[in-house]
Design a protein around this ligand. Sequence first.
Ligand code: NAP
Length: 253
Amino acid sequence: MTTTPGVVIFGGSTEATALCRVLVEGHFSPTPAVTVSFAGRTSAPASPAGRIRVGGFGGVDGLCEYLRAERFSAAIDALHPFAARMPFNVAEAAQRCSLPLIKLVRPAWQSSAGDRWINVPDTDAAADASVSAQRVLLTVGRTDLDAFRRVAGPDFLVRSIEPADLNGRWRARGLLARGPFSVDDEMRLMAHESIDLLVSKNSGGTATAAKIEAARRLAIPVVMIERPALPSVETVTSVAGAGEWLRQCLNAT
Ligand code: NAP
């Protein structure tokens, strides 16, 4: 009798959702039992399949306890590229529990001819770089707005998937929207709102890349927030790569 291998995916990225779909749709034999772990920041994680668990573990010790209790055969860190703490927790817990781990992270965007990027290391520096703009399209997510609340000069248009807290010294309006967006729509929005600065995290991927292309075509500067440091873990950049690693790890076909 073959036992069903258990796989845990630490989610929060579109790749986590895509990988989960690949794993549960019968492309593997035996089909692994997939659990996707979310922090619980968004009220409705877009996960199609697998068992879902939500909420923190209380640090590395709690995570180790969970991993041992569930007896997983492999773990995949498919966290968002800007998750700063959890990748380190996952790496340490996997090492302590001798659990095979791969990190799946999409490549960062690279600037090309025509781009006017101002690369900054974090949201504080991004807020400083926004001070002299007139109208800013702010697309860093609703949980990373604090640094901008003190910037009194520009008008901020704050785009987020769920309503953001717009309190602060700044002048801010909210715009609720969930990608993917088209380049034409992004250009229309930027032109209609007379945007003269885009602030973005270097999230990479295709779902929100249209704003970068739109800014390039309209010659709008982009304050680009670089990614946080990552733990040293074996890494793949595609869902297919993670699937291949898992296939070998589980001795699956
Ligand atoms: P973080 O700073 O790396 O994590 C903070 C804490 O949240 C962790 O220590 C852990 O709590 C808990 N946590 C994070 N991800 C978790 C997961 N997948 N399952 C269970 N607990 C998790 O992460 P963050 O920046 O707050 O982001 C939270 C989540 O949103 C992540 O899953 C990330 O992939 C996703 N996300 C983040 C961004 C972003 O820009 N930061 C954007 C889109 C999506 P305990 O220590 O108690 O275990």
